[in-house]
Structure formats: structure tokens, C-alpha cells
Design a protein around this ligand. Structure first.
Ligand SMILES: Cc1cc2nc3c(=O)[nH]c(=O)nc-3n(C[C@H](O)[C@H](O)[C@H](O)COP(=O)(O)OP(=O)(O)OC[C@H]3O[C@@H](n4cnc5c(N)ncnc54)[C@H](O)[C@@H]3O)c2cc1C
Length: 386
């Protein structure tokens, strides 16, 4: 039986990026995924922060965002953006997958169900052998459960929504906060080339998520579901309204990031490693970069080097988000944040943060500007774009 250098389990953004990096570095690489072609449940918004890490040329993207807005109560803060991109997960994932294959990766269309350590090699499904292994089969997939056990439910977001078959009139990405008072999460409306992607993202088990989404759907686009699962608008027009959903890692305790996600001969990347921002559930940037860094560690002969690499690149954001998640979603913080956010003193800071362009200590900058912003609130001053 041939022994390859690396077996990558899972061909999503993390796995395909890892496989491509590994093949480009000259390692013989197998990429296991039984499900291609498939459409992963996702909003498909490429995080503005770290957009340069992601391989998303024009022909792989669906449309460009023109603005990102945050709404809470009666206040809406709308930030113009230039580099935001939206992807269809079937198209973009397949593009990344093809890039791996073009670089020399061999696709094995099998679901991995069996994994054994046999001397210095891994035996996969009883018939493939590799020296190293990267687990990139998503949240609570086979490799996560095999090496570390599942991510507990209290550290997961539940995310679900609809592909609503109406062509967007504007490429505005909307986040709606406070729809379920006091709960941690949000509703979203994302524009796509030929439909809206709308959904909710809340701590798993939050009561009222589905109802909050249905309320938003009916308020924005009055109508009703038909017996055939389509949506009939008040005008009488019927459009597709296809349901999707899944879980997203969202560590509610920063200590979970202390747990190593690698060991002798193995390393996890992407959702399998839990590398998703706990506040908003964006994981595509860390999946792509994490996959590549995992492959780099394997190439250097020690998968545990990944701990050092991911910490250098994006651990700071993860820890900070896990620490501040509970504060940020508190109604008190939301009210203050939105009142200050629309002032000239703070709106500029919010805009550069949203665009992922802010260099420096944002919390410190916020506290320095807060007294002036408070005065501007008192005098009813608003930024001209609000
Ligand atoms: C509803 C929803 C909306 C989201 N919206 C956004 C967003 O707008 N922006 C953002 O940045 N992030 C978003 N995310 C998070 C993002 O989707 C994930 O972080 C990202 O997909 C992680 O990539 P991955 O490669 O680690 O895993 P995945 O994309 O889950 O890929 C895992 C792959 O492994 C394969 N696999 C599974 N089990 C096995 C097995 N046993 N053997 C072989 N192959 C296997 C699967 O077929 C799949 O192809 C969203 C998530 C959800 C659920």
C-alpha cells in the first residue's frame, strides 16, 4: 500500500487550502471528501478582515458589498465598504477544491469513518496510508470528535436561514441586533447575485430564533409560505424560499482556545479547530489561512508548529472576541454603543473597524473618543452619513 505524505479530511475552504498548500510545497497529498459538489449552509460573506488571505478572484465571487449596516432599535449605522465580497459556497468551495487538484492533490471521494495510528502512519478507512493528517471536516465532524471530542453545545451558534429568490436592489449587508432582547446573536440579510440570503445566528438553544427570522421575513417582504415550500408575495408572485442551517463554533470561554488542536502526526483546521470568531461567527478567513498554516506545519515536519502559527496570525482576535462577546450583546452596551456610534466622534472609528482597516488599539481609541461622543449625543450631533 502506497504511503502518501499527507491526508486531508474534508474539502471545504480549510481542507482545500491545506491540500493546495501541501501540494504546492511538493508533498504527496490525498483530499478526502465524499460530498462534492455540495452547497455548505452559509451566508457566504467573505470577512472584510483578512480578505487578502482568501483566494477569491473576480470569477469566483458572486457580488460585491457596497455597504455594511448594523441596526438596533430605531438606529441604523450604515458603513460604505469597497473590498467586501460575497460568494456562493458551492461555486467558491469548488474553485478552491479545483485549485488543490490542479496543484497535484488527489481527491478521494470517500467519507472518512475509520482512523487508526499504525506505527508512524495513519490508516484511513482501512485502505489508505499517510504520514500526516489534517482534519478539516467542519464543526464536530469525524476528526474533531476523534482527537478532541465534540465542541459542547454551549460553545456553538445555531445558524439557519433562507435563500429567498428575489434579486436584491442594493448590495447592502445588514446585521440586525436586539431582535430577541437580551440574547447573544443577530439576524442577517445578505445580498446575492440573484437572491437574498437571510438568517439568524444565536447561541444554540436560544428560544425564539425561528420566530424572529419569520417576523423579519414577513415585515420586509409581506407574504406567506405556500404548501410547496415556496413564498407567495403580497403581489401574488411566488419565489423560492429554500431553508438551510447548521452549527458554527462560538467559544463562550477564551480558555477553550488554550487547548492544542494538534499532536503527533495530526492537526485540525477551520471549524474542526473551532477557529471562528465567537462574536459574529465568521470563519471563512480563518479556515483558509488556518488550512494553509496547518499544511506549512506539516511540511516542516511538526504539525504542532500550527499552535505557534495560528497564534501569531489570528489568536488575538479570537481571544478578545471570546472575552467581550457577553458584554457586547448586553442591551445596555448596545444602547450606549449605538447612541455613540452615530456621532461624528465615533462613526469614523466604527467605519474603519467594519472595513477591517483600523490599525491600533480600537478599545482604547473608543474610550478616548467617548467623552466627546457623549457631548455630541447631548447636542444631538450625528455623523453626516447616518
Ligand atoms: C448558516 C451559516 C452561515 C455562515 N455564514 C458565514 C459568513 O457569511 N461568513 C463567514 O466567514 N463564515 C460564515 N459561516 C461559517 C463558515 O461557513 C465556516 O466557518 C466555514 O465553512 C468553515 O470551513 P471548513 O473548511 O472548516 O469546514 P466546512 O466548510 O464545513 O467543510 C467541511 C468539509 O468536510 C467534509 N466532510 C465532513 N465530514 C467528512 C468525513 N467524515 N470525511 C470526509 N469529508 C468530510 C464536508 O463534506 C465538507 O465539504 C457560516 C456558517 C453557517 C452554518
Amino acid at each position: 500500500m502506497e504511503i502518501v505524505d499527507l491526508a486531508v479530511i474534508g474539502g471545504g475552504p480549510a481542507g482545500s487550502s491545506a491540500a493546495r498548500e501541501s501540494s504546492e510545497r511538493g508533498l504527496s497529498t490525498l483530499l478526502f471528501d465524499h460530498a462534492y459538489p455540495r452547497r455548505k449552509a452559509c451566508g457566504g460573506g467573505l470577512p472584510v478582515k483578512g480578505i487578502e488571505w482568501m483566494d477569491a478572484p473576480d470569477d469566483a465571487i458572486e457580488c460585491r458589498m457596497t455597504s455594511i449596516s448594523f441596526a438596533y432599535g430605531g438606529t441604523k449605522l450604515k458603513v460604505p465598504v469597497k473590498k467586501g465580497k460575497m460568494v456562493r459556497r458551492d461555486d467558491w468551495d469548488y474553485y478552491l477544491f479545483r485549485r488543490a487538484v490542479e496543484a497535484g492533490t488527489t481527491h478521494v471521494k470517500e467519507k472518512v469513518r475509520q482512523l487508526e495510528r499504525d506505527g508512524d502512519t495513519w490508516l484511513i478507512n482501512g485502505k489508505h496510508r499517510s504520514r500526516y493528517l489534517i482534519g478539516a471536516d467542519g464543526v464536530n465532524g469525524f476528526t474533531r470528535r476523534h482527537f478532541l471530542g465534540p465542541i459542547p453545545r454551549e460553545h456553538l451558534f445555531a445558524a439557519s436561514g433562507y435563500y429567498l429568490g428575489l434579486k436584491p436592489t442594493e448590495n447592502e449587508v445588514e446585521f440586525i441586533l436586539g431582535a430577541i432582547p437580551g440574547e447573544e446573536g443577530y439576524l442577517w440579510i445578505f445580498p446575492k447575485a440573484d437572491h437574498y440570503n437571510i438568517g439568524y445566528c444565536y447561541n444554540a438553544g436560544t428560544p425564539g430564533m425561528k420566530e424572529a427570522l419569520e417576523k423579519l421575513l414577513h415585515e420586509r417582504w409581506p407574504g406567506e409560505f405556500t404548501n410547496s415550500g415556496r413564498y407567495k408575495l403580497a403581489s401574488g408572485e411566488e419565489v423560492d424560499c429554500i431553508r438551510f442551517g447548521s452549527a458554527i463554533p462560538s467559544y463562550n470561554d477564551p480558555k477553550l482556545f488554550d487547548v492544542p488542536v494538534s499532536g503527533k502526526g495530526w492537526v485540525l483546521a477551520g471549524d474542526a479547530a473551532g477557529h471562528v470568531n465567537p462574536i459574529h461567527g465568521e470563519g471563512l478567513n480563518h479556515a483558509v489561512l488556518g488550512g494553509r498554516l496547518a499544511a506549512q506545519a506539516v511540511y516542516e515536519g511538526d504539525p504542532t508548529l500550527f499552535e505557534q502559527y495560528w497564534r501569531e496570525h489570528y489568536a488575538h482576535d479570537m481571544y478578545r472576541a471570546a472575552k467581550t462577546k457577553h458584554r457586547i450583546y448586553r442591551p445596555f452596551f448596545m444602547r450606549i454603543g449605538f447612541a455613540l456610534g452615530r456621532t461624528p466622534a465615533v462613526f469614523g472609528l466604527l467605519s474603519t473597524l467594519t472595513r477591517g482597516e483600523y490599525e491600533g488599539k480600537a478599545t482604547r481609541a473608543f474610550y478616548l473618543r467617548a467623552p466627546l461622543a457623549a457631548l455630541q449625543v447631548l447636542f444631538g450631533m450625528r455623523h453626516r452619513d447616518v
